[in-house]
Design a protein around this ligand. Sequence first.
Ligand code: S3P
Length: 429
Amino acid sequence: MEGCLRVPGDKSISHRALMIAALATGQTTIHGLLEGEDVLRTAAAMEALGADIERESGGPWRVWGRGLGGLTEPGGVLDMGNSGTGARLLLGILASHPLTAVLTGDDSLRGRPMARVTAPLADMGARFIAREGCRLPLTVVGTGDAAPISYTLPVASAQVKSAVLLAGLNAPGETRVIEPAPTRDHTERMLRTFGANIHATQDAVGRMVTLQGQPELKGQTLRVPGDPSSAAFPLVAAAILPGSRLKLEGVGMNPHRTGLLDCLQEMGAGITIENRREEAGEPVADISIQAAPLHGIEVPAGRAPSMIDEYPILAVAAACAQGATVMRGLAELRVKESDRLSAVARGLTACGIEVEEGPDSLTVHGQGGRVPGGAAIEAALDHRIAMSFLILGLAAERPVTIDDAGPIETSFPGFAETMAGLGAVLTAP
Ligand code: S3P
């Protein structure tokens, strides 16, 4: 593989840009928004809640916000598609609006737990009616009189942190979230960019984020960085395919997202990071990578929040590396778009790679170089499982097929075309 590319806009930041712009006053212009299924669902939901959203043909997106507390009750069900981030962050916003809304999603999203956000949001005054296990479809009855809370996250989750902070926007006084392990801080950075008073302090117990409620959020002009979680796929492909050399421009380098780069460097990949800069309050850089023989590593559990979405593709790199790669602290992988821990273990085994799956760990025994392959993989409505196994197929002796490439559209529109442009051809059966 060879060439230079720009990966699609960051999914996490794109959701937040649309949501916070809809809560601001005036116009927000968003360059580089991810135009993937997940984000388009969020755009549609914010429109259904009263924001005006427009896309200039081939150009930036524009949002005319309703002002804090100004969203209006939607006339229909809000279908968040495949997106846990879209659903959970939106529940936070709706919790502190005096309206009733019903959220649903696809088969994958309807199976994912929502109690992690409804519990703190109920403490702030919202009410929820949900299916068994607190799954979607779910009705939220928000309040115009939300109470600020101080909440300690029981799991390291940026989605839960963000839901509480977004609800806290329309509550008087200080909303605090204490996270035992720091997670991606895009919500904090973007709220600050829009004019909110929000700060974080770190002590022995963890990181405490404090938001002053009822700020005046003002429309902004933003550029969304390239998504490091999408960059992960061409990066690993280049690392494992001999002779490859790639440059990825404008990739987000938020320190809570760069765990995969640390792992690949420790495994022996040739990575150079240049032209570090800041865009919309987020660090960005260009990344160059060169193929090199990789070796197995021990990935510390503490690194999980900074690469939580990258374990499936790291496992692919590990399958092509020499020796064992041990990954720990993976319990959260079981409640992503699919149970990613078992999907990866099952898929790698089917491709002839020895793995050990624990309750929250995975060990991959790589043999160095090409893998046997020759398996049909069920993607289980999970874009990252689909892309990971397609990349594994590039390094396999026999073809690897996936049953459904559709979910890739949620985060990486044009994935196959991008890969083909770099010399890695994926074929439709
Ligand atoms: C996200 C946070 C992570 C990540 C997800 C996006 C976000 O989820 O897996 O893809 O945008 O806040 P958790 O917060 O549940 O770990």
